[in-house]
Write a protein that binds this ligand. Structure first.
Ligand code: FCB
Length: 453
């Protein structure tokens, strides 16, 4: 077994997906609260109003995490719970919730990894232009300051933004996610630029005000190309595909990661997007490109890629009957080898897998247990690939399974079950799935049991 000593084994969740208490204790509305109220946007018109009721049940949830043996828990803060209008007046009760949660986690020996923004944007700020407003990065820095002042005496690990490709692309270009906008591409790129500035200013804020020495990263979507074979042509084709911009949308790695880690937008993107690229002010790239401590990335699947006849990358269609999760994501464990390896080569920072997991058709069996052998097999296959990446020299800091609990899966509502813990929503009863017990063994052996079938 080759995973390093000190490798962090965790699981994650996010505020809107589990907390509930959507209108309690002066919490302000987020764009997800308002989006879910529009008929037809979410499967069966569901919402995160109650979700897993984690706001009231966090103590039980932390004890479940302890049972699983997690080293770390990746949570997110609801911005409008802390600042109901997004800026200005603080909501002490909202902040107190996170304060208590952090204390509980630490008392259980679980290290909190705090994501500042996992999509629940304050509705009041959306009404002031949201990410389209250049002030949005200052609003975010103000919010970051409030959270850091309160929690940084105990929180060391920070993630600024979760999956900017999704909240900008799905939320502002295609309108599938909150706030449900379908903007012109130039505006989408403006929103993206402001979100990147927000990341940079939040990093500056954390560095300037943190009481503990902090470790900071972000968590983009990993868009992974897996070489069809190990031939140098296919490997090069996959690498090239992973680090190029070929379409006028947000589904690429480099438009997001190159500014953050290399201090520039990728040349091919600048050429393709042309006049749609927003005005970049003098200091912007410096602000966006702050030194970071790790490359966090959410990886669920990858696409097989080969060198075409002309040597250019070409996607390989999946064979008929290729395994897929309940969500329809292809089961492609090698994504957890090639993704980390390619990111490590390009960005040269330790990799943390901030999300990986699958939704499954789970239910409580007659014996009262939740049998989920497919999730165990899925995680097993993916983790073996991660281990291989480590053997081949990729520096890895940790792995966060998504998710500790079944939860509100955005537009899919409660249809998708991603948890290690089953949640019966009407009663809020939690049941550890078999995968949770299995993951506990993985953690306890630092991955050694992965080698035994
Ligand atoms: C990611 C999101 C996370 C969850 C998983 C399944 O895109 O970051 O909140 O929905 O997918």
């Amino acid at each position: 077994m080759t995973l390093p000593k000190g490798f962090v084994w965790g699981a994650g969740a996010s505020s809107y997906q589990i907390e509930g208490a959507a209108r309690e204790d002066r919490k302000g509305p987020s764009v997800w609260d308002t989006f879910c109220q529009k008929a037809g946007t979410i499967w069966n018109n569901q919402s995160g109003d109650i979700a897993c009721d984690h706001y009231h049940r966090y103590e039980e949830d932390v004890s479940l995490m302890k049972q699983v043996g997690l080293h770390a828990y990746r949570l997110s803060i609801s911005w409008p719970r802390v600042l109901p209008e997004g800026t200005g007046a603080l909501n002490p009760k909202g902040l107190a919730f996170y304060d208590k949660l952090i204390d509980k986690l630490l008392a259980a020996g679980i290290s909190p990894y705090v994501t500042l923004f996992h999509w629940d944007y304050p509705y009041e700020l959306y009404c002031r232009g949201g990410w389209l407003n250049r002030d949005s990065s200052d609003w975010f820095a103000e919010y970051a300051r409030v959270v850091v002042d309160k929690l940084s005496d105990r929180v060391k690990y920070w993630i600024t933004l979760n999956e900017p490709q999704c909240f900008i692309g799905l939320g502002h270009q295609f309108g599938f996610h909150a706030p449900g906008d379908k903007l012109e591409f130039a505006q989408v790129l403006t929103a993206a630029h402001n979100a990147l500035l927000a990341h940079g200013k939040a990093v500056q804020t954390i560095r300037a005000s943190s009481k503990l020495e902090s470790r900071i990263g972000l968590a983009p979507v990993g868009i992974i190309n897996i070489p069809a074979t190990e031939s140098s042509g296919d490997v090069e084709a996959a690498r090239q595909a992973m680090f190029s911009v070929t379409d006028k949308n947000c589904w690429n790695n480099t438009w997001w990661a190159d500014p953050v880690f290399l201090g520039r937008y990728p040349q091919d993107g600048l050429e393709l997007f042309g006049v749609d690229v927003p005005t970049i002010e003098d200091e912007d790239m410096k602000t966006i490109c702050q030194p970071l401590d790790f490359f966090g990335v959410n990886i669920y699947f990858g696409q097989k890629t080969r060198a075409g006849r002309d040597g250019q990358p070409e996607l390989v269609p999946l064979p008929i009957g290729h395994p897929a999760t309940a969500f329809g994501f292809s089961v492609s464990p090698e994504a957890l080898y090639w993704g980390p390896r390619f990111y490590w080569e390009r960005y040269k920072l330790p990799i943390i897998i901030t999300e990986n997991g699958m939704s499954n058709v789970d239910w409580v069996s007659l014996d009262g247990r939740v049998h989920d052998p497919q999730r165990i097999d899925f995680l097993h296959r993916y983790l073996l690939e991660l281990e291989k990446a480590c053997r081949d020299g990729v520096e890895l800091g940790g792995y966060f399974q998504w998710s500790i609990l079944d939860n509100f899966e955005w537009t899919q509502g409660y249809r998708e079950r991603f948890g290690l813990v089953y949640v019966d929503y009407p009663t809020q009863k939690r049941t550890l799935k078999y995968s949770a017990y299995w993951y506990r063994e993985v953690i306890a052996s630092n991955g050694a049991i992965l080698d035994k079938l």
